[in-house]
Design a protein around this ligand. Sequence first.
Ligand SMILES: *Cc1c(COP(=O)(O)O)cnc(C)c1O
Length: 326
Amino acid sequence: MSDKITLSTWPTPLEPLPRLAAAIGLGENDLWIKRDDLIGLGGGGNKVRKLEWTVGAALAEGADTLVTTGAAQSNHARLTAAAAARLGLDVVLVFPGTPDGAAGGSGNLVLDGLFGARIHWAGDGTPSELAGAAEEVCRELAREGAHPYLIPFGGSSPLGARGYVEGGEELRTQLPDVDHVVVALGSGGTMAGLIGALGAERVLGVHCGAVAEPAATVADLAGALMGRPVVPGTLRVRTDQVGAAYGVLHEPVLEAMRTAAATEGIVLDPVYTGRAMAGLIAAVRDGDIRRGQRTVFLHTGGLPGLFGHAEAVHRSVAALRSHRSG
Ligand SMILES: *Cc1c(COP(=O)(O)O)cnc(C)c1O
C-alpha cells in the first residue's frame, strides 16, 4: 500500500511533432512529445510526478512543513512550494548563495514568493554542505515545534522516482512500441523511473551538468527502485550538451530551442529541455536514433527557468538574427 497523493490530472498529452521531425532529419511520423510541461500544478513540469509520492509520504508521517534544496532557479523547489500551498503546508527552500547574488526577482524565485515559500540562503558551499544546511533547517524547525519533512535534491529518491515508473507506463499505454524516450538528466530520478517502466535500452538521458556522475547516479536510483543492481555502463547517457557549465548558454542548445519554437511553437528552457533536444538532434546526426524509429521527447517543463536566464537567451537570439540577415 502506498500513501501516494494526486496533484494533477492524468494522463498528460502525447502529441506528434512532424515539422520538427522533418527539420532534424527524421521521418514526419517518427517524433512525438510527451507534455509533462502541461502538468496542472504550479506551472507544470516533471517534479510533480515525484512529489505525489514524496509529499504523500510526508503527510503520512504527519509533517506540517516541507523542506527541500536546489539551485535558486530550481523547478523542483518551485513545485514543492506549489504542492505545499495546495495542501496547506508550510515550506522552506534552502538555496546556495545570498539573496542579492541569486538573480532575485526573476523566473522561479518570483513563483516561490507567490506560493508563500520561505527561503533560507545557505551561502556558497559544496552540494553536501547544502544538504547539511537543509538538515540543520529541519532540526531548527523541529526545535520550534514544527514537523518538517526533508525532500531530497530534485525529489530524486527511489520513492520519488516511482512517479516516473508511472509516467513511463502511461507513455507505453499511449504509444506501445516506442523505440526511444529522450529526457534531460538532472538529479536522475526521472530517467531512473523511465528505465523501471521501459527498460534501459529505450531511454536516452542527456546530462545537464547538475550532478558529478550522471550514469552512476541514475544506476543507483534505478537499482534501488527495481531491487537489483544496474550497471552504469549499460545506460544510454549523452554528456555532450553540458557546454561550459550548468548555467552557461551553449550554442547547440540555443539552436535546439530556436528550432523547436520556430517549427512547432514549443518552448524549451536553456538548462534542461533545450539540452535534451540538442542531445536528441545530435543522436539523430550520429545515428543513435534513426529514421523509422518511434522517438518520444519528454518535455519536463522548466519554462520559468527560461525567464531566470532571459537576458542571455534574448541577446543570443538577437545576435543570431542580425548575423543571418546581414
Ligand atoms: C529537474 C528537471 C529535469 C531533470 O529531472 P531529474 O529527475 O532531476 O533528472 C528535467 N527538466 C526539467 C525542466 C527539470 O526541472
